[in-house]
Design a protein around this ligand. Structure first.
Ligand code: CS2
Length: 465
């Protein structure tokens, strides 16, 4: 099988894949940190669109933070890859050509800093996951920015695109804390911008099945092939070093706004909050994919009820009922093999962004968030590391060993589990560990899950909520 590369592009053209005509050997204008599936199927395709429109400044220097796998697959393919886009109206394949150079931060930090400091670079975007916002990350960014300043170059638009609320502000604060040099901090404030942004597209981790589908559909081997949905959204705060970029991004389909918070809040709590809930339920019940979860009527009713009664009423986006309905359709997309274990990865870092605000919102109004209590109990059951069918699975989480130890040591004693896991401030915040009625409800749900199984226990929630 011929491998996808510049030399084999005619094979793709013969299969009706649109081949970009732009040159790919110029100097990249964007450095992107976090070269995962999400970036390749989302922002890199927005940059591809800008490049196709004739603006050569959006080529990407893509940085994998640690793993070498993505770069190893892309390099022999001249950094080309294909994306299968699946919606109700059918499936089509798209070629991603915006990534021009790559590097691995853990192996070649100097190359990454040099790319940030390159004269052609105008933007720095990041998808490094919730746990990636470390002092080491900030040190790398600041090293590159400091070199720009020393060389007399302009600043960058630095856009965090992770699922964190106020992600731009957080990254800016982290960068400022990374240097003792007050004049550099001042320069970052004056010469750079750190807009908040919300990105959305469901992109499952690549699977051998997607790679096989690419071979069949396209007649070339693509070790980087990805599958995604048709929907995508990028909402960004209109603070750019070059103000003209706002208009360019808008023309490529990006939503440029004054205030990202309402979009970000609805997305984190409704989409991601439902995802994490389904991930825990599905992992415990032994349902492999999100589409399997929403295919179970009780889980679908649960997610609908969760968004309708426990999340939607506390978000500021007034069109949330339509957003909810669209999400349920997206979750049900049978083409997306979105693994519950992928989403359950790093739950300790995700839950704080996704659940507590809704729980606290309900409690403040005197309403017990029954479904979130069930989700919290399911998470505690999930941490034991094997499902109800007896299948063991690995926990992937920076706190995995501590959480699993607590979950296992207290298994069978729901009160002890909730005392151990329901009171961790790094996950639940300052308030919820003291909400005794809430903790009692989580305990009750965990008792029922253990007594009769997750799906029967779920039916009881729908009966009472
Ligand atoms: C998911 C997200 O893995 C997860 O935690 O909830 O990656 C989700 O698919 C994206 O945020 C959708 O935009």
């Amino acid at each position: 099988m011929t491998r996808l590369a510049t030399a084999s592009l005619s094979a793709l053209a013969a299969r009706n894949v649109s081949i970009p005509k732009y040159p790919r050997d110029g100097a990249p204008g964007v450095v992107h940190l976090g070269l995962g599936a999400f970036h390749r199927a989302h922002q890199a395709l927005v940059y591809d669109r800008l490049l196709r429109d004739g603006d050569g400044r959006w080529g990407v220097f893509g940085v994998a933070m640690r793993s070498t796998a993505v770069v190893d697959a892309l390099v022999p393919q001249d950094h080309l890859y294909t994306v299968q886009v699946a919606s109700q109206s059918g499936v089509f394949w798209q070629l991603g050509a915006a990534i021009w150079e790559t590097s691995i931060a853990a192996r070649e930090p100097q190359q990454v800093a040099a790319a940030i400091a390159a004269p052609s670079t105008r933007w720095l975007t990041l998808t490094v996951t919730e746990k990636g916002y470390t002092p080491e990350l900030a040190a790398l960014v600041v090293q590159g920015l400091a070199a720009r300043r020393a060389a007399g170059l302009g600043g960058l638009t630095v856009a965090s695109c992770d699922n964190l609320s106020r992600n731009g502000r957080k990254l800016q604060a982290l960068c400022e804390a990374a240097t003792p040099d007050a004049s550099l901090v001042q320069w970052m404030r004056e010469a750079c911008t750190f807009p908040d942004s919300m990105v959305d597209r469901i992109v499952p981790a690549a699977t051998p099945a997607t790679i096989a589908a690419a071979e069949t559909a396209l007649g070339v081997g693509d070790a980087s092939a990805l599958a995604t949905e048709a929907f995508w959204e990028w909402v960004i705060e209109g603070r750019f070093v070059d103000p003209a970029d706002g208009r360019l991004l808008a023309a490529a389909g990006v939503t440029v706004v004054d205030e990202v918070a309402p979009f970000e809040e609805a997305k984190l709590r409704m989409l991601n909050g439902s995802h994490t809930a389904m991930a825990c339920l599905g992992a415990v019940a032994g349902l492999p994919f999100i589409s399997d979860c929403v295919g179970v009527p009780a889980i679908r009713a649960f997610v609908h009820g969760l968004m309708t009664h426990e999340v939607g009423p506390h978000v500021s986006r007034s069109d949330w009922p339509a957003y909810r309905d669209a999400l349920l359709t997206r979750f049900a997309n049978p083409q997306l093999k979105h693994s519950v274990h992928q989403i359950a990865t790093d739950s300790s870092q995700k839950i704080p962004q996704r659940w507590p605000a809704s729980i606290e919102g309900g409690l403040r109004q005197g309403r017990m968030p029954e479904r979130l209590a069930f989700a919290a109990a399911a998470w505690m059951r999930y941490l034991r590391g094997s499902d109800e069918k007896g299948q063991a699975y690995a926990l992937n989480d920076p706190l995995a060993s501590r959480l699993q130890e607590l979950a296992r040591a207290t298994a069978g004693d729901a009160a002890a589990t909730v005392r151990a896991l329901g009171t961790l401030p790094e996950i639940w915040g300052a308030t919820l560990p003291k909400e005794t009625a809430w903790l009692a409800r989580v305990q009750r749900r965990l008792e029922r899950i253990d007594a009769i199984g997750l799906l029967p226990a779920l039916e009881e929630v729908e009966g009472t909520a």
